[in-house]
Write a protein of this length. Sequence first.
Length: 456
Amino acid sequence: LLTLPRASLVAIEGMAEYDLTSKIGSYLDRHLVLPMLEFLSEKKVYDESDMLRAKIQLLGKTNMVDYAIDIYKQLHQSDEEYEGPDEMVERRKEVVYELQEWETKIDPILTILGEPEVAEQMKEEQNVFDYLTTEHDFNESMKAIVYDVAKFKYECGNYSDAADHLYFYTLLSPPQEAMMAAMWGKLSCSILMQDWDVALEDLGRLRRDIDETTNISHLMRLQQRTWLMHWSLFIFFHHPKGLDEIITLFLYQQDYLNAIQTSCPHLLRYLTAAVITNKRRQSLLKDLVRVIRQQSFSYKDPITEFVERLYINFDFDEAQQKLSECERLLDYDFFLISCKEEFIESARLCVFETFCRIHHCISISMLATKLNMSSDNAEKWIVNLIRNAKLDAKIDAKEGHVIMMSQPTSIYQRVIDKTKSLAFQSQFLAQNIDKRLSQKIGMSAPQQQRWMPADI
């Protein structure tokens, strides 16, 4: 894991004020940080020479020597014939030699794993190591070679081969600690190859392992969950179902919400953006606002402050100002830039919906000011809302007003609102009853102690 040399990066034009690369990068593998640095270089957020030095420092402990040499040449404006500094050239020879050595060791193993009957056994994912030991004299040292070669190729930037080797390794019943490391490596490979469906599966598998493993400390579990949430940003903001998944994990899984509040409140930026762009945001905003209010002392940025101004302070002028800042922030956020237009559109709709709950007749010119739009564009925008059945209103073109129609809540919606938390409350009550019964009879019934949580 790497902490970026933030002090050496000189911000230009004040665009780095809300840049989270340094914070997020400290929870990522160095290979995952590289795309973020490339993004910052393209956006010219920092001085380019400092960015190139940061990339060289980042690559220093990897085997991606050719890439490091190219960056060195770019930094020092060397000609094409220059091979690079002596230490890098020597390091490249060492990497090539080591790679050849590892290939020699892994080839017989891959031959075994490629046999049809072995491939069939691996599909069942049961007792693969025992089968290979019996039928092909497989041993622990061969298992270790598979992992070591995967790690070496990963450091070389060969993520496809590394992912294949790690998949084989996870089928060979490694020790728990090694299995966890292999799963992290497999997840990183899937992200770097941009195979988002596989990455989402790897993320779910790793999350279950973190949550269900009993032989790790509470501190280590907190760290693992913190890392997992940071790595998940790559998936959630690229996978079609990602924005729903991030809300489920960050907002409604209490252990992960606790991790955000304890060690990484900056992730509220991404949770807030996901809620604002979600079509079900009205049912989610209440829970989001509660979290933002609780964490307002530890983290703020234009996105969280926009929600705070709009839904806590009901200050529409301040909300409009924060929305303008959000538009600028989204241009320089590696994860959020892809949903910039959707966020701005949804945020304007949030302002409009909230404003309409308070007022019956609204001036279009005043509304345009609140939404940071021209009067003509605001009128067209409102017309489209009415046309698409998102707004029950009519426009008085002569007076330049929007007149809201009455929208009484249906009896069915009232029943839904009153009972939506009934299942959770019932489950919580049942858990409390079980806990009380276990505490009461635990001493007299040792056979029931295994049902009690480990931390009681």
